[in-house]
Design a protein. Structure first.
Length: 572
């Protein structure tokens, strides 16, 4: 990360950390407060429901105690009728009991009212008329409120309801009756605990079936947060459950609001600190940016670039030191260029002198031999003259070729670039070798390139001639010329392979040096590959020397495809 970015980042961190800490502390304090309130609400809800249950059970107990009292007209009159009838009721007494039982059920608000004789015959059951005269199983628990499911006659049909029920025996001497009363466990039991949006309650049976539905259409009680209060039957086991759901929406909404405020504040602070940090960093790093620009200019070779020194601090000292370094580099480069030029021309002059000296020796020997035979009037002078002049002419031609190639290398013309089909150039050049050396052309069509046709022909002929020299005198010698598109798709490759002795790895870096040759005594001047390298370099390409796996040399010429040709090639 750049220095300016680090300045801005640290400014932002310094501003955001306190906001984040404050937001977290606020959330934690609010969460703790709401959790305490939530737990208190749960406890209050449970206490309220248990209080309502005690009130309901008290009402049931009071009702059964009142109805079973001998002094209460309803039960007192019933006992008198039973005593008079010798334990049985006549028709009039039964009719009167039926009317009174219905009236008592309505007045006391009872869901269940059953009167049983001593032999468990149903004497009155206004909630279930069809059971009159039947004998049923008596309640097992006396003077204690239990919860059970009872079937009652509704407005349209029979229905099963949950009731809080109690039973008590009323006696008059040996005559007794059992009074059973029950109040329905209904929505009224839960009204006092329900709070819209906060507390809801319902009653379910043991299988989860609804006995009393929740007040809100969607029950949102999670199993982990439910408060379950059992309603016990005569065996002390749950007959049903009251489920309480207490929501904590207030905490969630408040935490979301605190988070939103913190985010908005953080975004505002981040924007301000980023702007402030950027301004400070820009002022501090402006000088360093100029030094960086100077270093980039130096990397591109612009050693005349200078960095303005605008301050006397450490950044100004760096700028001054950089300018001094650039001055030293420019001086060193000038000296290096001069030294390289001198060394290059010295090497070329040495090699050129060596190449010129080689033909002069046989010329001198031929002339000396010719003078000696002339003086001695040798009888074979004519034959010796012919042989000597042939040697002189051959070596003179060799000198001419050395000078010509040196002139071509020293004054290589600038390429005349034009769209060129490299495959066509190869086909035209290799047509010269038909019937002679075995030269094979392989490859697929390649995109056109920008190149000088004459220079490309010169490159190909130089490479093929080198390959011909490498396979000279070898049985089965072959040359393969391949044109193809490079693997990356952005260049064209011209590959010349032979099955000759190849180029040793230690010599591959030297073969492009002017006047370096491995064909001493075979007419090599050492300028052929140097000219190839220079032409390809002028075209923006490169030359790579490698080896064929089966033996021999492989020279690969890579030439770039210009953007226009590259786009055209992609559409083909």
């Amino acid at each position: 990360m750049r220095l300016r970015g680090r300045f801005t980042l640290w400014f932002a961190i310094a501003a955001l950390v306190p906001i984040a800490i404050a937001a977290l502390v606020t959330r934690e304090v609010l969460a703790r407060s709401y959790r305490n309130e939530y737990q208190q609400t749960r406890r209050n809800a449970e206490l309220t429901v248990r209080g309502e249950l005690r009130r309901l059970e008290g009402q049931v107990g009071d009702a059964v105690a009142g109805l079973s009292s001998k002094s209460y007209p309803f039960v007192g009159g019933l006992l008198s009728d039973l005593v008079k009838g010798g334990g049985h009721l006549d028709g009039e007494a039964r009719r009167r009991l039926k009317e009174q039982a219905g009236e008592q059920r309505r007045v006391l608000g009872l869901a269940v009212l059953t009167v049983l004789a001593a032999d468990n015959e149903v004497l009155a059951a206004p909630h279930l008329h069809s059971s009159l005269g039947e004998r049923i199983k008596p309640p097992r628990v006396q003077d204690e409120v239990v919860y059970k499911s009872e079937t009652v006659t509704g407005e349209r049909a029979m229905e099963s309801i949950l009731v809080a029920e109690a039973a008590r025996v009323a006696r008059d001497g040996p005559t007794s009756v059992t009074v059973v009363v029950g109040r329905r466990v209904g929505p009224g039991l839960l009204e006092s605990v329900r709070r819209p949006g906060q507390v809801d309650a319902r009653v379910v049976d043991l299988r989860g079936g609804l006995l009393v539905a929740a007040a809100e259409p969607t029950w949102s009680g999670a199993a982990a947060s439910l408060i379950r209060i059992p309603l016990l039957d005569a065996d002390g086991k749950p007959a049903a459950w009251i489920e309480l759901a207490v929501r904590d929406r207030g905490l969630t909404a408040l935490q979301r609001q605190v988070s939103l405020i913190a985010l908005v504040l953080a975004a505002a602070v981040l924007a301000v600190t980023t702007l402030f940090g950027a301004l400070v960093a820009r002022r501090i790093t402006r000088g360093l940016d100029q030094v960086v620009a100077g270093a980039q200019a130096a990397a591109k070779g612009d050693l005349d670039h200078r960095v303005p020194v605008t301050s006397k601090d450490e950044v100004g000292e760096v700028a001054a030191a950089f300018n001094l370094m650039m001055e030293d580099l420019r001086t060193a480069e000038e000296r290096l260029v001069i030294a390289e030029r001198i060394a290059a021309w010295q090497e070329i002059a040495r090699r050129l002198a060596h190449e010129i000296k080689n033909p002069l020796t046989p010329i001198q020997m031929a002339m000396d031999n010719l003078r000696k035979t002339w003086r001695k009037q040798h009888p074979s002078f004519a034959e010796i003259l012919e042989e000597s002049t042939a040697t002189v002419l051959e070596e003179a031609d060799r000198l001419r070729r050395i000078v010509t190639e040196f002139s071509d290398f020293a004054r290589m013309p600038k390429p005349d670039l034009a769209p060129l089909d490299l495959g066509e150039v190869v086909s035209a050049a290799l047509a010269l070798y038909q019937g002679g050396t075995s030269v094979e052309h392989k490859g697929s069509p390649v995109p056109p390139i920008e190149a000088d046709r004459g220079q490309m022909s010169q490159v190909l002929l130089n490479l093929v001639e080198n390959a011909r020299d490498a396979i000279a005198g070898k049985d089965g010698g072959t040359i393969v010329v391949t044109t193809r598109r490079g693997d990356a798709g952005d260049r064209v490759e011209l590959i010349v392979e032979d099955n000759g002795p190849g180029v040793p790895p230690e010599l591959r870096d030297r073969v492009f040096t002017p006047y370096f040759t491995t064909k001493q005594g075979r007419g090599g001047t050492g300028l052929g590959l140097a000219i190839v390298h220079r032409i390809i370099s002028d075209h923006g390409g490169r030359v790579v020397i490698g080896a064929v796996p089966t033996g021999g040399a492989r020279i690969t010429v890579e030439l770039p495809i210009k953007p226009g040709q590259l786009l055209l090639a992609s559409r083909i």
